[in-house]
Design a binder for this molecule. Structure first.
Ligand code: ARG
Length: 469
């Protein structure tokens, strides 16, 4: 009996007695989104065919015909001429059907010793490996842009916050390098995940392996895999590599979301620390004065969408018995959308960070408010012998008096300061003002990981060396 697989509109195979309805066809097909893997699917098929020929499972002539047919299909796809058919369910069956239409029987031999189950798992892994490499390189550009900005602002001072209340002065360079740390860890996470992505499932066939004398090592080598999935049931069924990737992507988006939150705040006219170039903002259709930070707001919003994809993939996997189940077809859209969202966000932020202009005066003015160097005054007293808790109490008292009198600690002269701090007046000398200035405060935090400009410059040199990653 001849297979009716490739005849449009007919039953799926000889096993079936009636065709599926159009609704079921649409519901079960994946070609609208998995055609994204077309070129990789061809690459995998060529590696499989070459191995079949080396192992004398198919003839060299068949392999040559397959190669020639695939070249033609590749051209049709890249020129946008390929006719994708919903009836043929997915990218794999579409390409195989076209191959057979072009080269006849040799095309029908390509699927020997493999199944769509190991085929699709191989396609996703290869595709994801390329996307990880792209993401790692985009992370590098972003880190470079952040480091450049940090370098220009190693000495620029702004208030550091805890609980969104003014806490202590910090350098803007130091603040930006915090994000460099986050995105560097994201890079490591991507590279680590890549190792587990880059394992070859092909050869697992439907679930149990195959009775043909295949050489999985040859296929792995041709396709650049680091290793081979060692259990056929696991190879075709688990999508933990995709979940792991999406978790790492969700963390990248979380870091973008935090940065976005700050950019939005800094750009508010009530704060005015920075400006983003107009090309990253939009206006309002009703309020002519508005310039809205749309890009950071959208990045914050899109973080929710990637987090959703992570939950979708985890949930997809959790109820599945071994081995392959069609549920797994649902892995593609969340994964593809995660990649697209992260890639676009990385690209746009790299450009946007380079476009930031800083209002150092506004930052400085803000740092001078809110008693940001009160801790430095307490530390000064401790260095002169007062226990820290007593110093804390004395300074808190002085701050309270200043608040009531609507004054700032820094506006007091030595005599006034001594009278505000009567119990510790004898410990206060002229040098107290050195440590209470913004510059004195940041310069004194001069240890690894501290905010001092000297440390920022050292961290920038160190961060640049990590860009080789
Ligand atoms: N389109 C399918 C997927 O994405 C390919 C594997 C189909 N396998 C099967 N036994 N129906 O998972």
């Amino acid at each position: 009996m001849t297979s009716q697989l490739h005849k449009k509109g007919e039953t799926w195979s000889a096993r079936f007695s009636e065709p599926i309805s159009n609704l079921v066809k649409r519901y079960t097909s994946s070609v609208s989104f998995d055609k994204r893997f077309a070129l990789i699917d061809i690459e995998c098929s060529l590696a499989h065919a070459a191995m079949l020929s080396t192992q004398r499972i198919i003839s060299q002539d068949d392999e040559a015909a397959i190669r020639k047919g695939m070249e033609q299909i590749l051209g049709e796809i890249t020129r946008g001429e390929f006719e994708w058919q919903l009836d043929l369910e997915d990218v794999h069956l579409n390409i195989e059907a076209r191959l057979t239409a072009l080269i006849g029987d040799a095309g029908k031999k390509l699927h020997t010793g493999r199944s769509r189950n190991d085929q699709v798992a191989t396609d996703i892994r290869l595709w994801l490996r390329e996307e990880i490499d792209r993401i790692v390189s985009l992370l590098k550009s972003l880190r470079g842009a952040l480091i450049d900005l940090a370098e220009r602002h190693s000495d620029t001072i702004l208030p550091g916050f805890t609980h969104l209340q003014v806490a202590q002065p910090v350098t803007f360079g130091h603040h930006l390098l915090a994000y460099v740390e986050m995105f560097t860890r994201d890079t490591h996470r991507m590279l680590d995940c890549r190792k587990r992505v880059n394992q070859l499932p092909l050869g697992a066939a439907a679930l149990a392996g195959t009775s043909y004398p295949i050489d999985r090592g040859q296929v792995a080598k041709t396709l650049g895999f680091d290793g081979i999935c060692l259990n056929s049931l696991d190879a075709v069924s688990d999508r933990d590599f995709a979940i792991e990737f999406t978790a790492a992507a969700a963390l990248i988006m979380t870091h973008f979301s935090r940065l976005s939150e700050e950019l939005i705040l800094w750009m508010s006219s009530r704060v005015g620390f920075i400006e983003l170039a107009d090309r990253f903002c939009t206006g309002s259709s009703i309020m002519p004065q508005k310039k809205n930070p749309d890009v950071p707001e959208l990045a914050r919003g899109k973080t929710g969408r990637v987090n959703g994809h992570l939950i979708a993939l985890l949930t997809l996997m959790k109820g599945q018995p071994l081995a392959y189940n069609k549920d797994n077809q649902e892995d593609k859209e969340p994964l593809i959308d995660t990649v697209d969202t992260v890639v676009d966000t990385l690209r746009i932020f790299t450009e946007m960070v380079a476009s930031i202009t800083v209002n150092a005066d506004a930052m400085r003015t803000a740092a001078l408010q809110g008693f940001s160097t009160a801790t430095d005054l307490a530390d000064y007293l401790v260095k002169r012998g007062l226990p820290f808790r007593d110093a804390h109490e004395a300074v808190a008292h002085a701050v309270r008096i200043c608040i009531d009198g609507e004054r700032d600690l820094l506006s007091l002269n030595l005599e006034q300061l001594r009278s505000e701090l009567p119990e510790v007046a004898s410990l206060l000398g002229d040098d107290v003002f050195d440590c209470m200035t913004l510059e004195g405060s940041v310069a004194s935090r001069n240890h690894i990981g501290g905010t001092a400009p000297e440390q920022v410059r050292a961290s920038i040199i160190a961060a640049r060396t990590t860009l080789s990653l």
